[in-house]
Structures are given as structure tokens and as C-alpha cells.
Design a protein around this ligand. Structure first.
Ligand SMILES: Nc1ncnc2c1ncn2[C@@H]1O[C@H](COP(=O)(O)OP(=O)(O)OP(=O)(O)O)[C@@H](O)[C@H]1O
Ligand SMILES: [Mg+2]
Length: 274
């Protein structure tokens, strides 16, 4: 239920002037946007743009230096425990234990996150089926492929039946086939549901394939927000890609060299799971 009041509106998430400063570094600089019920909203930007810092503030893990956001009408700064009830979060780093089975990971998370005892088994079975992981449910996660691990992490975040799911760089380090399996799963989740999803990514094709609306983030600022089509059209070119739109709005190149190579190293499932 959305809390009534002038700040709630029809949005699952509203963000106003959110900023975070670390020492002299302005990591997030006055970010404002909203996400509607059932919408997949993408925050797109290169290394160091401020995506993870934004997500950490919105998930109440990091206090903002200034600004505010409301989740289902609850203020993340003054009512963080209420706001938290409505969110699921899949962090950039690996969030499951490789030395437990998929089923055990889900059961432990269900217990820790307060899923009532009588619903746990049913919800876990439902999620395993949805993830296509029934056959692997009782294998150790360290033997899962990267795509399976990622799907399990997303399933874990859905156990509490959130209204808003945060996914920070969900497909970094995955091969194209595994990436597509995660996209298909995310498209499946939203079918017929009121769940909103906020996804951060530096893959333009991911934003284009998944997101209803995209915010382009660069150097801490949200430069523009629109549907992928609107952003591409704004460039004035009929054959423009989302990458062209990024360049158009930021006046910067968005090549896959340099810092992107570094970013790919940040998530190597197999190695990190043992
Ligand atoms: N705890 C911290 N202390 C100091 N600086 C930080 C801290 N966390 C983030 N930063 C800096 O803030 C900026 C934004 O970082 P952030 O991790 O939010 O970017 P990002 O868009 O998620 O990047 P990536 O694509 O690499 O995940 C970077 O310059 C980073 O070095
Ligand atoms: Mg990040």
C-alpha cells in the first residue's frame, strides 16, 4: 500500500536532488527522477559515474549528503526501516554463498529477511521454478554457471516480494548467452506484476533491451531521462544508437577500452565463488 500524502504520488520511487560527497569528491550530484509502478528504469553510465553510490543511498545503506527520495511514499532519510520493507537489492558484488546449495542460500535468506515460516518452502519452490533452477537446486552454487548465480541472486532478492527491485550491474562478467538468460528472466518477472525495477548498467544494449526509461549518468549527474527511443531521437539522427545518444548528451566518448576493461575484472563469478 502506498502511503498517502503529498510526497507519494503514483510513483514507486521518487528522487529529489540526491547528492553524496566523499571528502572533496562529489560522487552523486543533485540527482532527480521517478520510477512508476511496473516500470524498468535504467541508470546508464561509465565507470565512476555514481551509479552504485546512488543505489546504496536509495537502498538506505548510505546516508545522502543532501536531497531525499521516497519509496512507496516513505522517506528514505527519515523513515528508512519503512522504506526498506518494499525493496529488494542485488548488489554489484556476489551475494550468495558458493559453499551452500541454491536451495540453502534461498532458505537462509528467507529466514534472515523475515519471510514467515509457513510461506518459506512454497515461495522458494515457486522461485526455483521461475528461475529454471529446480534441477540445480541441491547442487553447490560454486558449480553454477555465472548466469545461474545471477539468476539465483535475483530470485533471492524476490523472496520478500518487493515492490521495487534494485539491480546493480546485473550482467557484468557474463557471456552473451548468460546475459540474455538474465534479461529473459527480468522480462518475465515484470509480466503481469506491479514490481518496478531499477537497474544500473554500462551496457547500452542491455538498457535498450530491458528498460522502459533510461537516465544517462555521467560524473555524478543525471544528464537526461527518457525512453531509449526518445533519447536516440534527440540526437537528430535516424540511425542513432543509445551510445550515440550518450555521446550527444555528455559530449564524451563511450568506448569499451580503458576503464571498461577494468570494470570487467570486477565481477568474475567462477573465481570469486571458489
Ligand atoms: N566510499 C567511498 N569513498 C570515496 N570515494 C568513493 C566511495 N565510493 C565511491 N567513491 C567514488 O565516487 C565515484 C562514484 O563511484 P560509484 O561506485 O558510485 O560509481 P559507479 O558508477 O557505480 O562505477 P562502476 O561502473 O565502476 O561500478 C567514484 O569516483 C568513486 O571512486
Ligand atoms: Mg558501480
Amino acid at each position: 500500500m502506498v502511503k498517502n500524502g503529498e510526497d507519494s504520488g503514483a510513483y514507486t520511487l521518487r528522487v529529489e536532488g540526491l547528492s553524496r560527497v566523499f571528502g572533496t569528491k562529489v560522487a552523486v550530484d543533485g540527482v532527480s527522477f521517478s520510477a512508476k509502478e511496473g516500470e524498468i528504469f535504467g541508470v546508464v553510465g561509465p565507470n565512476g559515474a555514481g551509479k552504485t553510490t546512488t543505489v546504496r543511498m536509495l537502498t538506505t545503506l548510505l546516508p545522502p549528503t543532501s536531497g531525499v527520495a521516497w519509496i512507496m511514499g516513505f522517506n528514505i532519510v527519515t523513515e528508512p526501516s519503512l522504506a526498506r520493507r518494499y525493496i529488494g537489492y542485488v548488489p554489484q558484488a556476489v551475494s550468495v554463498d558458493g559453499y551452500l546449495t541454491g536451495y540453502e542460500n534461498l532458505m537462509i535468506f528467507a529466514k534472515l529477511s523475515g519471510v514467515p515460516r509457513k510461506c518459506r518452502k512454497e515461495r522458494i519452490d515457486e522461485i526455483l521454478q521461475f528461475l529454471g533452477l529446480q534441477d540445480a537446486a541441491h547442487q553447490l552454487v560454486r558449480y553454477y554457471s555465472g548466469g545461474m548465480v545471477r539468476r539465483l541472486e535475483i530470485g533471492q532478492a524476490l523472496l520478500t516480494r518487493p515492490n521495487l527491485l534494485f539491480l546493480d550491474e546485473p550482467t557484468v562478467g557474463l557471456d552473451p548467452v548468460a546475459r540474455r538468460s538474465v534479461w529473459d528472466m527480468l522480462k518475465g518477472i515484470r509480466t503481469g506484476q506491479s514490481l518496478s525495477i531499477l537497474i544500473t548498467t554500462h551496457y547500452m544494449e542491455e538498457a535498450e533491451s530491458l528498460c522502459d526509461r533510461v537516465g544517462i549518468m555521467n560524473q555524478g549527474k543525471l544528464v537526461t531521462v527518457g525512453s531509449p527511443e526518445e533519447l536516440k531521437r534527440a540526437t537528430g539522427r535516424t540511425d542513432a544508437t543509445l551510445e550515440d545518444a550518450f555521446r550527444f548528451f555528455t559530449q564524451e566518448s563511450y568506448d569499451e577500452g580503458g576503464s571498461f576493461r577494468e570494470l570487467r575484472r570486477t565481477r568474475r563469478f567462477a573465481r570469486r565463488l571458489g
